[in-house]
Design a protein around this ligand. Structure first.
Ligand code: SF4
Length: 256
């Protein structure tokens, strides 16, 4: 179901290595996806999987986690699934600090439906839905996730597979809502903008002195979209949705 050369294969390999690194058994993992090429991901992973509805990955993943806190719940999707039809769910999963990992594979195009303009398509991109070039300003997902108060925000690139694996592993080790934005070329429907050869020249590591505890420092890096920064932009520790629910239950039982 994936084209040869698609960036998604790096994600499948990186995810498997991250699970091994953390000694997480397949029966303790649930991979939840929406709709789109990226949402085929559960088929490539030997664990529990839930291929849900378009844009509804986060409500389902939240339900799975709250039903069984012992599970490692990983939500996956592409830029269309995440930021078009599913865009209304992200702020609430982030601000509530649901203890899940969300991997968004951003190729800036709707691949499964044959190459239409997506919410992160670059200006000037020609597609069947923008034949005279895309004139819509692309979203900045990193800025959005930071503004939504995701407690872990990182960026990786499918062309740097070892670093990608590290980012997935760090995200899974984080307690709280961890978001990894993964730049991933669609080799079939984007031959001109976000290709491997273009991204190879543009991406850069975060500065060595980047302060990942500073929201303003993270936002400053997130604005530098001409040269996307790779690494952990931001992380903080705060109570998860599970912690808040446990406290609510305690109060209810105590009648306070
Ligand atoms: Fe990957 Fe694009 Fe093929 Fe979808 S259409 S599998 S995103 S290369």
């Amino acid at each position: 179901t994936w084209c040869p050369g698609c960036g998604y294969f790096s994600m499948a390999e990186g995810f498997t290595v991250a699970l091994k690194r953390h000694s997480i058994a397949p029966e303790d993992v649930v991979v939840v996806s929406g709709i789109g090429c990226a949402s085929r991901f559960p088929f490539f992973v030997n664990a529990y999987g839930f291929h849900t509805l378009h844009g509804r990955v986060l409500p389902v993943a939240t339900g799975v986690k709250q039903a069984n806190d012992a599970l490692n719940v990983v939500a996956v999707g592409g830029d269309g699934d995440a930021f078009a039809i599913g865009g209304g769910h992200i702020p609430h999963a982030a601000r509530r600090n649901v203890d899940i990992t969300y991997l968004v594979f951003d190729n800036g195009v709707y691949g499964l439906t044959k190459g239409q303009t997506s919410p992160t398509s670059v200006l000037g991109f020609k597609t069947p839905t923008s034949p005279y070039e895309n004139g819509d300003q692309p979203l900045n997902p990193l800025m959005m996730l930071l503004a939504y108060r995701a407690s872990f925000v990182a960026q990786a690139y499918a062309g740097h597979s070892h670093h990608l694996t590290d980012m997935i592993a760090e995200a899974m080790a984080h307690r709280g809502f961890s978001y990894v934005h993964i730049l991933s070329p669609c080799v079939t429907f984007d031959k001109t903008t976000r290709t491997y050869s273009n991204l190879d020249m543009l991406v850069r590591d975060l500065p060595k002195d980047h302060d990942a505890s500073s929201l303003t420092a993270a936002m400053a890096e997130a604005t530098k979209t001409d040269h996307p920064p790779l690494g952990v932009l931001y992380r903080e520790q705060r109570p998860t949705l599970g912690d808040v629910m446990a406290e609510t239950i305690r109060k209810a039982k105590a009648g306070s």
